[in-house]
Design a protein around this ligand. Structure first.
Ligand code: SF4
Length: 271
């Protein structure tokens, strides 16, 4: 199917969301997929609102892109923050980077910084739109383009679910859409700075997220996994020994420099 045909399908779906699910909203994390949806929604769907979550741990590149979006589309995206008291209690009990210590502490951090603010952002809405793609991760294989999100009590729409990574970058190039500078440094997924890294050739696109955990469980709670899986932490000790688990600045800089070219190559091959 051509890119034009895929865009037409997404436009038809967004038409129906704007018509049948008002008020609907788009949760933008400023990754490449979300920039495709931002480009469409900001230009063609005034009835669909946009918001983002600021966890307090975002990379600087995401804030720069928020400014680029304001300049390009003339919109300021509303930002939802975590409850300060919850963040303060978590940090007091577990330290600022307690999420590296166990899956439970990582999920607790994600719950405070993402899941709870998301629930506030979705309050009163009938549908929310995400930039999920099926081939991003094992946890996303069984999703549907439109399905009821029982956890949040509204319809969840994923218009790009069956797009490939090449489709996403073809759209970005064709329409000169702004995107995060991190993508040019080997990041295929954009998230919180301490929990996201560049990937190596051949790794799945979400491999840079919570890389010290089992890939079967790597979700933040915004996108509940439908499968029954066992929570395990893989080689956390080994990662820490190598300096990756704690996100050592020296190691990360060295890694990004070495991997940036390789990851760009991955994207080119995909295209
Ligand atoms: Fe916390 Fe990391 Fe989750 Fe961000 S991605 S909310 S820093 S655990």
């Amino acid at each position: 199917m051509s890119l034009d045909h895929k865009i037409a399908e997404v436009r038809a779906l967004l038409d129906s969301v704007q018509r049948d699910y008002a008020p609907a909203t788009f949760a933008c994390s400023f990754g490449a997929e979300d920039m495709v949806l931002m480009d469409l929604i900001a230009q063609h769907y005034p009835g669909i609102t946009v918001f983002t979550l600021d966890t307090g741990r975002l990379p600087e590149e995401t804030y720069s892109l928020m400014r680029d979006v304001a300049d390009r589309y003339g919109i300021h995206v509303p930002v939802y923050f975590p409850e300060p008291a919850a963040v303060e209690a978590y940090v007091a009990q577990n330290g600022p980077n307690g999420f590296y210590d166990s899956v439970d502490l990582r999920k607790k951090c994600c719950h405070i910084r993402k899941v709870e603010p998301l629930k506030r952002a979705l309050r009163g809405k009938r549908a929310w739109i995400t930039g999920l793609r099926r081939d991003q991760a094992p946890t996303r294989k069984e999703l549907a383009v439109s399905e009821f999100d029982a956890g949040n009590g509204l319809q969840k729409i994923s218009p790009l679910l069956d797009w490939s990574l090449s489709d996403v970058w073809a759209y970005i190039k064709q329409f000169n859409v702004p995107y995060s500078a991190l993508h040019d440094r080997g990041y295929t997924s954009i998230g919180c700075a301490p929990c996201t890294r560049a990937i190596t050739p051949g790794e799945e696109v979400r491999a840079g997220r919570w890389w010290w955990e089992d890939p079967e469980i790597r979700e933040c709670g915004l996108q509940p996994d439908k499968r029954r899986v066992t929570s395990t932490v893989l080689a956390a000790g080994a990662d820490r020994a190598s300096g990756q688990g704690k996100g050592s600045k020296g190691v990360e800089e060295e890694e990004h420099g070495a991997l940036a070219g390789a990851a760009r190559e991955t994207i080119r091959i995909d295209q």
